[in-house]
Design a protein around this ligand. Structure first.
Ligand SMILES: [Ca+2]
Ligand SMILES: [Ca+2]
Length: 209
């Protein structure tokens, strides 16, 4: 199980996301150590205001002994919550191009890719086909339908089974190797330690959680 050590908490980067419309970025601005993206969405309504925020947190590479890697990252996200607010986090659901792009741009603008945060080429997100090969579902339980947004790197997902004949690759990363700039790639769930991205419900758009 992941321990939240001092080193990790010092290497967390965060920003908030307020939503009005899934694809409309209203504004964004830099915070110390992070980026706040202001989006709006009419469908989420916690208290009658019509808006709700989600905080996204980028974590640097897991320790080598933090196994199983993807499952421990997901378990760690599930421990994250806004103070005095109940719902806990999960590995990030990047369901729209606007959110996916802002996450990837934030990582690159902040040098959080292999230049500063990871050496194992990627960040876990909340997408996998562990339950059924080829059937990808997000960490909130929703699968893909029709033309739903996807952002796979060329040739991915390939379920490469070179290192695991039994499972192949079932856990998705934002891939920063070979200039892929965070395009999606299916990866072995427990072969390489990764960075990871959590999302946390935040009703008031806190700048820190
Ligand atoms: Ca697979
Ligand atoms: Ca792959």
């Amino acid at each position: 199980m992941i321990s939240l050590g001092r080193q990790r908490s010092n290497r967390r980067y965060f920003w908030n996301l307020e939503v009005l419309n899934d694809d409309q970025i209203i504004d964004y601005f830099h915070l110390p150590g992070g980026l706040c993206v202001m989006l709006c969405k009419f469908t989420v309504d916690e208290d009658g205001t019509g808006c709700m925020c989600t905080s996204y947190e980028v974590y640097c590479q897991q320790p080598k002994n933090d196994r199983p890697y993807q499952r421990n990252a997901a378990a760690f996200c599930a421990t994250r919550s806004v103070q005095h607010y109940g719902p806990t986090g999960r590995l990030a659901v990047l369901r729209t191009s606007s959110i996916d792009q802002r996450v990837r741009e934030f990582i690159m603008e902040s040098n959080l890719d292999e230049r500063g945060c990871i050496t194992r080429f990627g960040f876990w997100i909340g997408l996998s086909d562990q339950a059924e090969e080829g059937e990808y579902t997000w960490s909130d339980g929703e699968g893909f339908c029709g033309t739903d947004y996807r952002n796979w790197a060329a040739g991915e997902p390939n379920n490469n089974d070179r290192r695991s004949k039994t499972t192949g690759q079932d856990c998705v990363q934002l891939w920063f190797r070979f200039g892929h700039n965070g395009l999606w790639d299916d990866e072995y769930c427990d072969f390489r330690q990764k960075g990871f991205i959590c999302q946390i419900p935040d009703p008031k758009c806190h700048s820190k959680v």
